[in-house]
Write a protein that binds this ligand. Structure first.
Ligand code: GLU
Length: 365
């Protein structure tokens, strides 16, 4: 896809680019990125920037910077957001706007819609949205955890056609290029298979540094919504020259030809399960209509605490994941049903409780 065919892109820039020494921001590597953003906008391409760097920017203001606690890191993020924004601001002669988000804002449907609306309003007014995770207020169960996945969620919410993730190496290699001089760059990926994950490695033992695994996860989220995704070397000026010329400087993950619809995509990739129920394995449970017919009487086990209206995972008793659904019942009520004698329940309360999921509020897994 050449630049002339882009309408809206999301560009993800990590802390190592904005704060290369991990201690305060620098515009050193941002100049070519900023120029790329300016040129895209001049050609009518809408740009959304997902930028990290608040923790690294805030770090220098603290006394204890070796192995900071989570609480200190949150404070560093709070202290560093304004420097991170100011660093970008200096590079543009158009306005920017900061949006700080947690996963809690994206997995609640109403808040997700509101985020979407805000992004659209900013773009309509030629303001550059700069998005980051709001580390200061996150908790383990509320955070996205990395800006690669956050960028993919934003690309989906904003209906972008392209996601560009800046890395510190050229793209995805077939083996770790730091250890194997014969490692080859994979220029295109049309299917994100287990093999692709296996060569990406873990979050820290990835090909190169910078967490290739989360970049692959992000690409998987984005391509399933019809968004072409590039992993490129953000440190190289050439990357942006090639992108502007319609080339592929790194690895391009091709968008699915038949992307998931927005609501299905949100259910699968953004909404996270607050708990799970185990039901008897039954091959037909995996068929759409059967999930909508699942009733409380069929629940064998309930794990976690959730309220009616929360998303939960439906698992078979052999451990297989069947679906993610919006539960009509709380964990408390489902516990009650799980503990009852099933045969008696079926005769006594059939149709009393009703289905666990309704109105298409599920995604098969
Ligand atoms: N939100 C973090 C920060 O601003 C960065 C998270 C990430 O890069 O994945 O420093």
């Amino acid at each position: 896809m050449s630049l002339t065919r882009w309408n809206r892109i999301v560009l993800k820039v990590g802390s190592n680019l904005i704060a290369p020494n991990g201690n305060g921001c620098s515009s050193h590597y941002l100049l070519s990125i900023a120029q790329f953003i300016v040129k895209c906008r001049m050609q009518g391409v809408q740009v959304i920037l997902v930028s990290s760097g608040s923790v690294a920017a805030g770090r220098k203001l603290f006394k204890q910077i070796e192995n900071p606690s989570i609480a200190i890191k949150k404070a560093m993020a709070a202290a560093g957001q304004s420097e991170m924004m100011a660093t970008w601001d200096r590079l543009f002669d158009f306005p920017t706007a900061q949006i700080l988000l947690t996963h809690g804002d994206l997995r609640a449907r109403e808040r997700y819609k509101s985020v979407k609306q805000t992004i659209y309003s900013l773009l309509d007014n030629d303001i550059l949205p700069v998005i980051n995770e709001n580390d200061t207020v996150t908790t383990d169960n509320l955070k996205v955890g990395d800006n690669d996945n956050l960028a993919a969620m934003i690309a989906t919410a904003a209906d972008a056609d392209t996601l560009i993730i800046c890395s510190d190496i050229k793209g995805l290699y077939d083996k770790n290029p730091n250890l194997h001089p014969d490692a080859c760059l994979i220029p295109e990926v049309s299917e994100i298979s287990d093999y692709i994950y296996s060569i990406a490695g873990g979050a820290t033992s990835s090909v190169g540094t910078g967490g290739m695994k989360t970049k692959i996860e992000a690409a998987e989220k984005a391509v399933s919504h019809g968004i072409n995704t590039f992993i490129v070397d953000g440190f190289s000026e050439q990357t942006f020259i090639q992108l502007l010329a319609g080339g592929n400087p790194g690895t391009l993950f091709h968008a699915h030809k038949q992307p998931m619809q927005e609501h299905q995509h949100w259910l699968t990739h953004t909404a996270s399960a607050q708990g799970e129920i185990i039901v008897e394995k039954n091959d037909t449970t995996c068929v759409n209509n059967q999930i909508e017919e699942l009733t409380c009487e069929e629940v064998l086990e309930v794990n976690g605490e959730f309220s009616a209206g929360d998303m939960i995972l439906v698992k078979a008793d052999d451990g297989n994941h069947i679906a993610k659904v919006k539960s009509n019942f709380s964990s408390c009520l489902l516990h009650y049903f799980a503990e009852q004698d099933k045969t008696q329940l079926q005769s006594e309360s059939q149709n009393m409780a009703g289905p666990i999921v309704s109105n298409n509020n599920f995604a098969l897994l």
